[in-house]
Design a protein around this ligand. Structure first.
Ligand code: M6R
Length: 607
């Protein structure tokens, strides 16, 4: 769960690497470091904390001579987040430096072997073990590519590594296994990175590396080979069209706020190419060749899991497809019953979430077709799924996922309509109402967002002294309540629990008192009367309530928050941003690091 970058070219390497690391900081940020060779000497500079600390350290060093090097931002998996555990690590004789994203699971065993051979270690990391293992293999083979190949065949687990050799600093080697790694192809310069934004100001030509591949780059050439036998592998160069501005804040105080305000566009973009506005129907070209499953298993984590819970209800109601939704880290370690004719839908913004990827692989092993619902083009899940439906939401930088969920819900609504139409089970009236509703939705949300933000700001100030919150909802609003609670806890650190409103009386209601407020999602749907009674039970215990309601709601709560109406289930698209904005404003008011909350990383590539 780290960000890595390697550069070989014609510019001073360190500024290019630092700039790349800044754009990768969302991947983890408890320490950072760079390695480069100058005057034949390998220099490693590392600092605990955010990238700014590393930059301060580099200010006193002349780094203009090196035209190649490697850099890393770390999110600790082995060893506490202190400077000695920061990357790059080097082998004992100081000739090789290495950066690594992932976990080498058998590193203790490898370390024991190396200790016996007389190696000494300065850190607690699996990465330093890898550096010394490569150095040990190099002693016997004399060639670095063979040494890396030998070492990696002994390593079990996940890795994307880049290796720099002080004796040949203009050439970098890299390899991947279950961790993201892409190569940028420039003019007289080449790049390696965990993610494309790292090198986007310099090139848009990208090669996606696959598991088991190794690559060698220098300023003017690159080659990809099989890590086991070093046989050449042919690769295609892809041209990326989105620009780096899309990954910048665009005038907003935080990426999270920018991404919340992007949601109207995200809905339109997700509809693009999938709506036949004339015929008032939906087409999903990606799924035209695929059979409609007899049962769908949705597998995902975090916010994507909540989107899956929301989508289940529409898929069952509109398409008549039975759906189970499971957290990927549970699914992967069960023996789920999957039968012929069924399919798995994995949902992941990043397309790199380790547990979701493992769920995908389990499904494939059992012979089930896998559909990926992903945002990141070329991500591991996108490449390994049999079919991909892209959410087309653009890069999401804030650790707290917002626009990704809106795009996933949009795509799931389209999927439910598409399968319902194909099966002939969706009433015409519903199809027409849904298409009308979707057409209006982006404009409606666009005009509501500024007002929603003002209300969110006011309520966040009033309630931000609470130590705990309940988020309640029923039906389609239940997954929204789960998401509201997740958002609040992850960025404001206020304890929050999401519950199905009907479950309150089975235990949680015992916690209610005047200091424990409840945030209810109570749109005017069929379940409104039921939610209303649940909220009366909360009020009877002196609990304060914020309730997202539709105009005309007869709920006498402390803080009614009247939201605009959309057609039927589409009202969720107006409730979700309200929940996101409430959390955002609470976290900002409390002075929290909104985009990079403590202990979290954007892309969870370890289990
Ligand atoms: O990239 P993915 O959608 O697979 O990520 C899943 C979760 O890690 C992610 O949604 C996480 O829960 C977010 N921090 C929520 O805001």
């Amino acid at each position: 769960m780290c960000g890595i970058i390697g550069y070989a070219g014609h510019r001073p390497a360190v500024p290019v690497i630092i700039e790349g690391l800044r754009r990768l900081e969302y991947r983890g940020y408890d320490s950072a470091g760079v390695a480069f060779v100058q005057n034949k000497e390998l220099n490693i500079v590392r600092a605990e904390g955010k990238l700014a600390n590393l930059e301060t350290k580099l200010e006193s060093i002349n780094v203009t001579m090196a035209t190649s090097g490697i850099g890393h931002t770390r999110w600790a998996t082995h060893g506490v987040p202190v400077e000695r555990n920061a990357h790059p690590h080097c082998c004992q004789d100081g000739s090789l430096a290495i950066i690594h994203n992932g976990i080498i699971e058998n590193y203790q065993q490898l370390k024991a072997e190396l200790l016996e051979k007389g190696y000494e270690f300065r850190s607690e990391t699996d990465t330093e073990v890898c550096a010394n293992l490569i150095a040990e293999c190099l002693r016997s083979t004399g060639s670095l590519d063979t040494a890396i190949s030998m070492a990696l065949q002994r390593a079990e687990g996940a890795y994307a590594i880049v290796v720099c050799d002080s004796r040949n600093p203009g050439t970098l080697y890299a390899a991947r296994q279950s961790s993201p790694l892409v190569m940028g192809i420039g003019q007289g310069e080449n790049f390696l990175a965990s993610d494309i934004p790292a090198f986007l100001p310099y090139t848009r030509d990208v090669v996606f590396l696959e598991d088991g591949e190794m690559v060698r780059i220098d300023a003017n050439s690159w080659s990809v080979m099989n890590v086991k036998d070093l046989s050449p592998v042919e690769k295609q160069v892809h041209h990326i069209t989105w620009d780096v501005q899309a990954a910048q804040k665009g005038g907003y105080k935080h990426f999270m706020l920018k991404e919340i305000f992007e949601q109207p566009r995200v809905i339109s973009d997700c509809l693009t190419g999938r709506m036949d506005w004339k015929q008032r129907t939906v087409t999903l070209p990606e799924l035209e060749q695929a059979a409609i499953p007899s049962r769908l298993h949705i597998v995902a984590c975090g916010t994507s899991f909540h989107a899956g819970l929301w989508g289940k209800q529409l898929l069952e109601q509109w398409a008549g497809v039975p759906v189970s939704v499971e957290i990927a880290s549970e699914f992967r370690y069960r023996q789920p019953i999957m039968q012929q004719g069924e399919a798995v839908l994995v949902i992941s913004q990043s397309g790199e979430t380790a547990d979701t990827l493992a769920g995908l692989r389990l499904a494939k092993e059992q012979g089930l077709p896998v559909i990926g619902l992903c945002n990141v083009v070329g991500s591991s899940i996108a490449r390994e799924a049999d079919t991909v439906v892209y959410t087309q939401a653009g890069p999401e930088i804030s650790v707290a996922s917002t626009k990704a969920m809106t795009s996933q819900m949009t795509a799931l609504a389209l999927l439910a309509l598409y399968w319902g139409i194909r099966k002939g089970v969706l009433p015409d009236e519903t199809r027409r109402a849904a298409v009308d509703g979707l057409e209006k939705l982006p404009g409606q949300l666009e005009s509501e967002l500024p007002r929603m933000r003002e209300e969110a700001k006011r309520l966040a100030r009033e309630y931000s002294s609470a130590r705990s919150f309940f988020f309640l909802g029923r039906g389609l609003s239940y997954p929204l309540a789960l998401e509201g609670a997740l958002k609040l806890k992850e960025i404001s650190y206020i304890h929050a629990e999401g519950y199905a409103a009907g479950e309150m009386k089975h235990g949680p209601i015992a916690l209610i008192d005047p200091e424990f407020p409840t945030f209810a999602v109570a749109p005017a749907d069929d379940l409104y009367p039921k939610v209303k009674s649940n909220l009366q039970e909360v009020q009877a215990r002196s609990g304060r309530i914020i309730a997202l309601v539709h105009p005309g709601a007869d709920l006498a709560v402390d803080s009614p928050w009247v939201m605009a109406e959309a057609w039927g289930p589409l009202s969720s698209f107006l409730a979700l941003p309200a929940l996101q904005l409430f959390s955002y404003e609470a976290a900002d008011y409390l002075g929290k690091d909104v985009d990079q909350p403590r202990n979290l990383a954007k892309s969870v590539t370890v289990e």
